[in-house]
Design a protein. Structure first.
Length: 293
């Protein structure tokens, strides 16, 4: 058996770099067109390890395939269709671009295309499963086991919210989070290796912020005011703002993202999966604004 492993370069879709853009430029390599063999890759760039983990991922994945009893050939390309001269039966392993990748491969003549999201969508001999995401979002548990992305999450968050209301009398919003959606400016890694930040959340967390840019108001709408007069004017503006500020300059520079992506990122940065463990994160005051007394 033989596996042809195609890796994108200089990084994968979440920013783990095999090599740097500067190294590509120095060698005159065009990642949008050039398909590299392993031999050519090593000739140009040598052995490269991840700056944080110290792992040579090209070697790591090659060894993993060989250890399973298969021959491996490695190529580097960024157009999914570049794999077709080497193989016609394709397992796509990307996360956020998976639907486009499958579509391109099928249209270009692939005989069979399967994504990680299509594996273990139902139980096999008593195994776990995730009907929506399959193997996407899974984590290595042992050398021969993985933990799958959680399922049945909506029932869980709604049940927790119901219990909290019964015990406290307070309506507390609940969400399950995994990877945040932030990008590390040093390592260039986009944290979101899960299919979504939050697989489930209660109704009050739907939507995205509808905020005004305070600095814009202070410098433009109320440039002639200062001190308490400025504070009062801004508070009054916030109280009477439009329900939808999309396209309004006063909202430019705020954060037009889903609330669950923002809050999930906050939670992930707070807890992590290292020494801190992964505790419950209680967030208070998130929806307060400048008008709150």
């Amino acid at each position: 058996k033989k596996v042809v492993l195609m890796l994108s370069y200089p990084s994968d879709e979440v920013g783990n770099h095999l090599i740097s853009w500067d190294a590509l430029d120095a060698k005159g390599v065009d990642p949008y067109k050039d398909v590299l063999t392993l031999e050519r890759y090593r000739e140009l760039f040598g052995d490269n390890v991840h700056r944080f983990t110290g792992v040579d991922y090209v070697k790591y994945y090659s060894d993993l395939i060989r250890d399973c009893g298969a021959e491996v050939e490695v190529i580097f390309a960024n157009d999914a269709r570049a794999i077709l001269p080497y193989a016609k039966n394709i397992l796509t392993c990307d996360i956020h671009t998976r639907e486009r990748t499958k579509r391109l491969l099928k249209a270009a003549g692939a005989e069979a295309v399967c994504g990680l999201d299509e594996i273990l969508t139902s139980s096999v001999n008593g195994s776990g499963y995730n009907e929506k995401y399959g193997l996407l979002g899974s984590n290595k548990a042992t050398e021969d086991k993985v933990k799958l992305f959680p399922r049945d999450c909506e029932k869980f968050v709604n049940a927790v919210q119901k219990k909290l209301v019964a015990k406290t009398g307070k309506l507390i919003e609940v969400m399950i989070y995994g990877d945040g959606a932030f990008k590390d400016p040093i390592g260039k890694i986009w944290e979101l290796a899960d299919p979504v930040v939050s697989p489930a959340y209660t109704a009050g967390l739907s939507g995205q912020p509808n905020e005004v840019k305070l600095k814009y108001l202070a410098d433009n709408e109320f440039a002639e005011l200062c001190g308490d007069e400025l504070k009062s004017a801004i508070k009054e503006y916030i109280r009477n703002k439009d329900k939808d500020l999309v396209g309004n300059m006063v909202s430019e520079g705020t954060t037009p993202r889903q609330l669950t992506d923002l809050i999930g990122s906050l939670c992930d940065l707070t807890s992590g999966s290292g020494d801190k463990g992964t505790p419950i994160v209680l967030i208070q005051g998130y929806f307060d604004n400048y008008t709150a007394e």
